[in-house]
Design a protein around this ligand. Structure first.
Ligand SMILES: NC(=O)c1ccc[n+]([C@@H]2O[C@H](COP(=O)([O-])OP(=O)(O)OC[C@H]3O[C@@H](n4cnc5c(N)ncnc54)[C@H](O)[C@@H]3O)[C@@H](O)[C@H]2O)c1
Length: 247
């Protein structure tokens, strides 16, 4: 028996980067997985051969009714929800000072990075409460702890995710449900590839290990945080920053 046998796990942002690798790891460890992403074509390309264990759902996570319908579909097919891992996210425009930030872009970043994590958690929590068990992991960022210059929308939206994690951790502490966050520094994914080189250099130069994190390192830590073994930690933001955050 591997650690996720017979568990039902939802991974958002599963078509790319961290979500893609985390979803594959958890599938390989025996879980039934709901794979949520706006890029349904990429989901279909990346997830083949495990139909019995996979439910692929193309949706816009910023639309609450779409999130509710997708969560209902997972419960109807697999019967419960044990784990939610929120990986969907965008940086929005970067390498800008705050007076140059467009309000519209900032709102878009908040809708994807914060509101979508609120909607998914809100939709799965009643199902977790019914079973007295659950693991929720929000992928935040070191930017949310420290504030990356040039990245107001992203940093503030991730700080909001960290704040939500602290609240939810306390609210459900006596229910068998844990809610934690993960704060990576730089992991080479399409999200980072799309950023200006100077912005990526600014972030990577701050990492004491002088390298970026690997997708495998991110997936291993995420899998531990949502495992049954990680049972006495909630409301916490785990570090994945090569030594950048020492708090
Ligand atoms: N890569 C890094 O260095 C890094 C560092 C810190 C935090 N993070 C966070 O980790 C998470 C994953 O990042 P990544 O690097 O894997 O990014 P990525 O761009 O590779 O993947 C993000 C996925 O989210 C999906 N998505 C975006 N908007 C959506 C929407 N409205 N509805 C549904 N799906 C949507 C995209 O289609 C994509 O598949 C993000 O929250 C990101 O902020 C990444």
């Amino acid at each position: 028996m591997s650690s996720f046998s017979n568990q039902v796990v939802i991974v958002t942002g599963a078509a790319s980067g961290l979500g893609l690798v985390i979803a594959h790891k958890i599938l390989n460890e025996g879980a039934y997985v709901g794979l949520f992403d706006i890029n349904e074509k990429a989901l279909r390309e990346h997830f083949v051969d495990h139909e019995k264990y996979e439910e692929l759902i193309g949706l816009d996570l910023t639309v609450e009714s779409e999130v509710e319908a997708a969560v209902t579909r997972i419960v109807e097919r697999f019967g419960k929800i044990d784990v939610l891992i929120n990986c969907a996210g965008i940086t929005g425009a970067t390498n800008l000072k705050s007076h140059e930030v467009s309000t519209e872009n900032l709102q878009k970043v908040f809708n994807i990075n914060f509101m979508s994590s609120f909607y998914t958690a809100k939709a799965v929590l009643p199902h977790m409460l019914a079973n007295n068990y659950g693991r929720i992991l929000h992928i935040a960022s070191i930017a949310g702890k420290e504030g990356n210059a040039g990245m107001l929308a992203y940093s503030a939206s991730k700080a909001a995710v960290i704040g939500m994690t602290k609240v939810q951790g306390k609210e459900y502490a006596e229910t068998g449900i844990t809610v934690n966050a993960l704060a990576p520094a730089v992991i080479q994914t399409p999200l980072v590839d799309a950023m200006p080189e100077t912005q990526v250099k600014y972030m990577t130069d701050k990492i004491p290990m002088k390298r970026t994190g690997t997708l495998e390192e991110a997936a291993n830590m995420a899998a531990f945080i949502v495992s049954p073994e990680c049972s006495f930690t909630t409301g916490f933001t785990f570090d994945l920053s090569g030594g950048r955050a020492t708090y």
